[in-house]
Ligand binder design. Structure first.
Ligand SMILES: Nc1ncnc2c1ncn2[C@@H]1O[C@H](COP(=O)(O)OP(=O)(O)O)[C@@H](O)[C@H]1O
Ligand SMILES: [Mg+2]
Length: 139
C-alpha cells in the first residue's frame, strides 16, 4: 500500500500480525486505512533552502502497527524529511505531530523525550561507551 505526494518521495506502509488482521477486517467494511491510531502525522510540510524546495507540501500518517518505508532517488528529500520530523531542521511551512501532540518547533532532545528518535545514515558511535550503551543511545 503506498501513496504519492507532490514531492519526489514515495511512502509505502505495510503491517503484520494484529494490525494486518484489523486491516483485513477494515477492508471488508470498505475502509482504506491499515494499522491502529495515528502515531506520526506530517501535515503539508514544505522545506525550502533559499530558492530550492526540498520538500513540497508533504503529508502522510504512520499508524500504530504499521511499518512505513520512504523511498526516492538521491536528492528527493528523504534526509530532509527525517531532519524535519526529528527537529534537526525547522520546516518552512507545515506541522508534525507525534501521538497527537505537535512537535514542530521543539528541539531534537525534547522530541526524543516524547519517544520519537532517529538514527543517522553515517554511523558515528560514541568511542567512550560500550557496544550495549551505544545501542541503548539509539534505541
Ligand atoms: N542544509 C541544506 N542546505 C541547502 N540545501 C540542502 C540542505 N540539505 C539538503 N539540501 C538539498 O535538498 C535536496 C534534498 O536533499 P536530501 O534531503 O539530502 O535528499 P535525499 O536524502 O533524498 O538524497 C537536495 O537538493 C539537497 O542538495
Ligand atoms: Mg539522504
Amino acid at each position: 500500500m503506498g501513496s504519492w505526494c507532490r514531492s519526489r518521495v514515495l511512502f509505502v506502509a505495510w503491517s503484520s500480525g494484529p494490525a494486518r488482521r484489523r486491516a483485513r477486517r477494515g477492508a471488508e467494511h470498505g475502509r482504506r486505512t491499515i494499522g491502529g491510531p495515528p502515531l506520526l502525522e506530517v501535515e503539508r510540510v514544505t522545506k525550502q533552502f533559499g530558492g530550492l524546495t526540498a520538500l513540497d507540501d508533504v503529508s502522510f500518517v504512520v499508524r500504530q502497527g504499521e511499518v512505513t518505508g520512504l523511498i526516492g532517488p538521491n536528492g528527493a528529500g528523504k534526509t530532509t524529511l527525517f531532519n524535519v520530523v526529528s527537529g534537526f531542521v525547522p520546516p518552512t511551512r507545515g506541522r508534525v505531530a507525534f501521538q497527537g501532540g505537535t512537535v514542530t518547533g521543539l528541539p531534537p532532545h525534547a522530541i526524543a523525550r516524547r519517544g520519537l528518535a532517529r538514527t543517522f545514515q553515517i554511523v558515528r558511535p560514541f568511542p567512550g561507551l560500550s557496544v550495549h550503551e551505544n545501542l541503548a543511545v539509539g534505541a
